[in-house]
Design a binder for this molecule. Structure first.
Ligand code: ADP
Ligand code: MG
Length: 714
């Protein structure tokens, strides 16, 4: 393969290489394992992937050798256990394959032990008190459900092994362990329900996830002149230009060549590691885009999404741009989210949310869909908590964003069927007008596109999957999926209890759907979730509307939550408490940084620029007066700018005091609340003055590029 052209990265000329050849070339996928492992070992790995057995050291030894040889053939010198600490990012510690053989030479070695388990130590990662420093060691263990891959850049190639990260005492220190446990919990309960429905063949149920990732691109030269973007990922200042997103001319518009070039390389980078990047388009806001891969099992999808986020950054930089993954990089224009498309499928290929064409599948579909409605209603707070970060707070419940209220969109035809079942009415109608009997008659063909047209629902049924849309663009999707899985697992376990005891299965299914849907239909809403009327209507329905992230996180330590997580063996009380503290701390730290940046920019950039501009206007005014010219405009503008600068000065001082007060609070919850209720408004007060000044000060006198450059030039 040539390695010499513009499009050449990491030894693969991706412009020349046919996609089929390039795809997965850096992924130690099942296809590669099938080819390189003895039959019995490959079979064993598949059984481990399916949760049927545990990995033995003997099998690991064989895989390690095959993995090492594969990686070295492709130029790797190092390997790393790649994991998801609670920072929400991914972490890696690289080890070289080398092992000295005594005569000044080395062998390239990698053992089964090293494959299964690493000891990255990593004592600086947040553990929320789960690790005392003397036993700070953490362990990583290979997650066989997500393929190993090669990371390549100009400096070399590294074998990355997706892993779980646990403490010396077995506590989960990452986002992967609970995810894997939640998948198991859900599988167990779903299989019980399937058995009760007469399914004897499916052995396992997996969750499938396809995240749609939104992001902004900005020109790197402008980015580098914005300390707020560099340090916080968002603009803490910035006046809206005359044009915003009101024309909606960007959405699905023709993709600019510079962006198309970037997207092409991004796709190739993702395809190389076996991530099926599929869809890309312009989003609503200017310079906002989206990329969506084809869905995968949730463990692999979580890893893939982390890699997508990483690739967005690296590839954008190669193209003279910066990718912004922050949920709200710009005030006044749309923020970025991540639509988490989620479904449940059996190991033999049945999508449990596929309405299907026959009566048997309709009973299954109606029952599983009801379980989701019930889960979303009962565990709305938990789902809300899974999206509670300081950055996402600017979207959820803020002025122009989706509200923080969780509701389910079903669309007219399905809602009607469920409503009828709940009311014991005609139970819905078939196309010929006959009554539907669950599990006896077929559902009427649902319109192909049942998805909500305005796409404002935070939890929408879209044909054969549910789309959880509250998730923030920069978030790891591990927690949202973990929480969703466990909520549905709990409801299914209750259904299974009933079904297993029932004498007549048909009647039992009917009564479960009827009872559950009647009780939880209040969470179903098919209208415009962005309308003010919905907020009032939701309140009448008694649906929670938790606007602040700290309040949302509080559910993590409630006794119901602890019982739920302990019942399904996903997280212990201790682990939940540690997470609660880590997330609160992260929330406070983030706002602390933003407030610090606000003070710094107001003092050292904006105030000096504004006052010196006012001064130059004032001297212009005197000069004009000296020749008897009309100087009213200069004098007036100079005064206005000077007055606003004085306000900016005062508000900055106030912010500094408020910030110091928040910093002094010991209790993590009280501190997070102070950042939310006191520091954020104080930052806004500074911003209002600064943004007003930006509109009055000459463009060339302003200290950094504005929204015009950031949003409309690339
Ligand atoms: P849109 O929501 O924009 O109409 P698509 O219908 O293409 O887009 O779906 C968006 C995402 O949903 C894609 O990542 C797709 O792979 C994923 N998806 C489709 N079917 C499933 C499924 N059964 N489980 C999980 N994700 C799915
Ligand atoms: Mg979608």
């Amino acid at each position: 393969m040539g390695c010499c052209k513009d499009g050449c990265r990491g030894g693969v000329d991706f412009v020349e290489t046919p996609v089929e050849e390039l795809y997965g070339s850096n992924s130690f996928s099942n296809a590669v394992m099938r080819e390189r492992l003895p039959k019995n070992i490959y079979k064993e790995i598949v059984a481990v992937q399916n949760g049927e057995k545990e990995l033995t050291l003997e099998a690991a030894e064989v895989v390690a050798v095959a993995m090492r040889d594969w990686a070295i053939e492709k130029g790797a010198s190092h390997y790393t256990h790649w994991f998801h600490p609670l920072t929400g990012l991914t972490a890696e510690k690289h080890d070289a394959f080398i092992s000295p053989v005594g005569d000044g030479k080395v062998l390239m070695e990698f053992s089964g032990k090293e494959l299964i388990k690493g000891e990255p130590d990593a004592s600086s990662f947040p553990s929320g008190g789960l690790r005392a420093t003397f036993e700070a060691r953490g362990y990583t263990a290979w997650d066989v459900t997500s393929p190993a891959f090669l990371k390549q850049d100009k400096t070399g190639t590294t074998l990355c092994i997706p892993t779980a990260f646990i403490s010396y005492y077995g506590h989960a220190l990452d986002k992967k362990v609970p995810l894997l446990k939640s998948i198991d919990a859900l599988s167990k309960q779903a299989v019980r329900v399937l058995r009760a429905l007469g399914n004897e063949t499916s052995k396992r149920v997996v969750t499938t996830v396809g995240p749609e990732q939104e992001y902004f691109l900005v020109n790197r030269a402008f980015y580098e002149q914005r300390p707020d973007l560099i340090l916080t990922g968002r603009t803490v200042f910035g006046a809206l230009p005359a044009k915003g997103q009101e024309m909606e001319d960007h959405y699905f518009g023709a993709i600019k060549e510079k962006v198309a070039d970037f997207m092409r390389e991004l796709n190739y980078e993702l395809w190389k590691v076996g991530i099926p990047a599929k869809t890309q388009h312009n989003e609503v806001a200017p310079n906002q885009f989206e990329i969506a891969p084809i869905f995968a099992n949730s463990s692999a999808a979580v890893d893939a999404n982390q890699l997508v986020m990483e690739a967005l950054h690296t590839v954008a930089r190669r193209h003279g741009m910066e990718a912004l993954l922050h949920e709200k990089p710009f005030a006044g224009v749309n923020g970025s989210g991540k639509h988490n498309n989620w479904s449940m499928a059996t190991d033999d290929g049945i999508n449990l949310f596929d309405p299907g064409e026959n009566p048997e599948s309709n009973a299954r579909f109606l029952l599983f869909a009801t379980a989701v409605v019930e889960a979303v209603d009962r565990y709305a707070l938990l789902l809300r908590a899974s999206t509670a970060t300081s950055a996402n707070e600017f979207r959820l419940g803020a002025n122009e964003a989706p509200p923080a209220i969780i509701s389910v969109f079903f669309g007219g035809p399905l809602t009607e069927i469920f409503d009828n079942i709940a009311e014991g009415k005609a139970r819905g109608k078939t196309e010929s007008g006959a009554q539907i009997k669950i599990g006896v008659t077929s559902l009427p063909a649902l319109p192909k596109d049942v998805s909500d047209r305005n796409r404002t629902s935070p939890f929408a049924f879209t044909g054969n999957k549910f789309e959880f849309r509250m998730v923030g663009s920069s978030q790891s999707i591990a927690s949202p999926n973990t929480f969703l899985n466990i909520a549905v697992a709990q409801v299914l376990s209750e259904y299974a209890d009933k079904l297993e005891k029932a004498s007549g299965i048909q009647e039992a299914i009917e009564s479960i759907i009827k009872e559950s849907y009647s009780k939880h239909r209040k969470v179903v809403f098919n209208g415009n979730n962005y309308a003010g009327e919905w907020v009032r209507e939701a309140e009448r329905r008694g649906l929670p509307n938790v606007k602040s992230a700290p309040d949302a996180l509080a559910v993590l330590i409630r006794s119901e939550t602890v019982s739920l997580f302990e019942a399904h063996k996903v997280l212990s009380k201790e682990e939940l408490e540690s997470r609660y503290h880590i997330y609160l701390e992260k929330y406070s730290k983030q706002i602390n940084i933003e407030a610090g940046v606000t003070i710094d920019l107001a003092r050292r950039y904006i105030f000096p620029a504004a006052t010196s501009y006012a001064g130059s206007l004032a001297s212009d005014a005197s000069a004009l007066a000296s020749i008897g010219a009309n100087n009213a405009a200069q004098a007036k503008r100079a005064k206005r700018i000077a007055d606003l600068s004085a306000e900016l000065y005062d508000e900055t001082a106030k912010l500094e005091t408020t910030l110091a007060e928040a910093q002094g609070i010991e209790d993590p919850f009280a501190q997070a609340k102070a950042y939310n209720e006191k520091v954020k408004p104080a930052m806004d007060a500074v911003r209002v003055r600064a943004d007003a000044l930006e509109k009055l000060v000459a463009k060339k006198a302003w200290p950094f590029p504005g929204y015009e450059e950031l949003l409309f030039k690339l």
